[in-house]
Design a protein around this ligand. Structure first.
Ligand SMILES: [Zn+2]
Length: 322
């Protein structure tokens, strides 16, 4: 078992090209080894007794040298329980991080030659769950916050009332004239409680939060934030100028949902698409496909698995999963 040693190729921590990818992961064992090094960078530590040290007993199991208990390398990761080779999973992650706009299930199925559309769909959803780092930092500095509506065309809806559209709240860090990191979430309504819960979870206290004059943001000062309010009429054009970063993120999000998923995203799964969008947006400056692959894999080994049933349970009477 290779424990935290330098990888022989190029002295970097991840493959940079498809050629290197193939050289790094020719076998199941090389994939397992990579996962082990991500999970236990300082060497295997037994989850049962806490002792250090163990040896690989084949089929992805590690035996503790102290208590003899066997631990699965992929237990507790998104790969847990998979019947497909890890190598195919790694290829799926390479595919997903390569696509500028993100892969569709059909694209993934074709690229990997997967037998079923359902498998490709379930894999994409599992990987989306891994796109949000557990324990990630909150936004800081100056942060714009606003809501937008995602979903089908809805007539006779005014202002913030909506029946069938999903409400997505967006926070975007100001970075000079540009945008730093973003955070997105679906919220049930635009009440102060929903908006403040989102902001508390996504924005560091003490940050300056820039919003419009909606009453739902009235509690920001009391919650420990600097609050900069720009009152504007509900005109799209004005909103564009006054909260430009969230509006740019919102329009990119809508274009991305339309382009990659033909807008066919069910409300039940929208949160996962938001995670994928956030992952891509926040790493848009990274030209390195290998780094994205590495970051996704790193999250995947820390993300609890979801059984297929858990993924499809909330889909209501659809012939095809989105
Ligand atoms: Zn042990």
């Amino acid at each position: 078992m290779n424990e935290g040693g330098k990888h022989p190729i190029g002295g970097v921590d991840y493959p940079r090209t498809l050629q290197e990818f193939d050289a790094w992961f020719p076998t199941e064992e090389t994939c397992l080894d990579f996962i082990r090094r991500l999970r236990w960078p300082d060497g295997f530590q037994c989850p049962a007794c806490g002792a250090s040290g163990g040896w690989s007993t084949g089929r992805g199991l590690i035996r503790c040298s102290n208590c003899q208990r066997q631990t699965s390398t992929i237990a507790g990761t998104v790969f847990e329980g998979t019947r497909k080779p890890l190598r195919v999973w790694f290829q799926a992650m390479w595919f997903v991080t390569a696509e500028k706009l993100g892969g569709s299930a059909l694209g993934l199925q074709r690229a990997l030659g997967l037998g079923s559309y359902q498998t490709a769909w379930a894999w994409l959803h599992k990987l989306r769950r891994a796109m949000v780092c557990p324990g990630r930092d909150r936004l800081r500095g100056c942060v714009e916050v606003d809501e937008t509506y995602v979903g089908g065309v809805e007539e006779n809806v005014h202002g913030r009332q909506t029946e069938t559209k999903a409400i997505v709240v967006i926070a975007a860090e100001e970075d000079g004239k540009g945008t730093g990191r973003i955070r997105l979430a679906c919220i049930p309504d635009v009440s102060g409680e929903s908006l403040l819960t989102f902001i508390r979870g996504m924005v560091e206290p003490g940050a300056e939060v820039h919003t419009d004059g909606w009453s739902g943001y009235a509690g920001l000062k009391a919650a420990g934030y600097e609050h900069q309010v720009t009152n504007l009429s509900r005109s799209e054009e004005l909103a564009h100028e006054l909260l430009p970063r969230v509006h740019r993120a919102a329009s990119l999000l809508k274009r991305w949902l339309l382009g990659t998923h033909q807008g066919a995203v069910s409300r039940e799964h929208l949160a996962y698409y938001l995670d994928e969008f956030t992952f891509r947006f926040n790493r848009r400056a990274s030209r390195s496909r290998g780094l994205l692959f590495y970051l996704l894999l790193e999250n995947a080994v820390r993300t609890a698995p979801v059984p297929y049933r858990g993924l499809v349970r909330s889909v209501r009477g659809r012939g095809r999963h989105n």
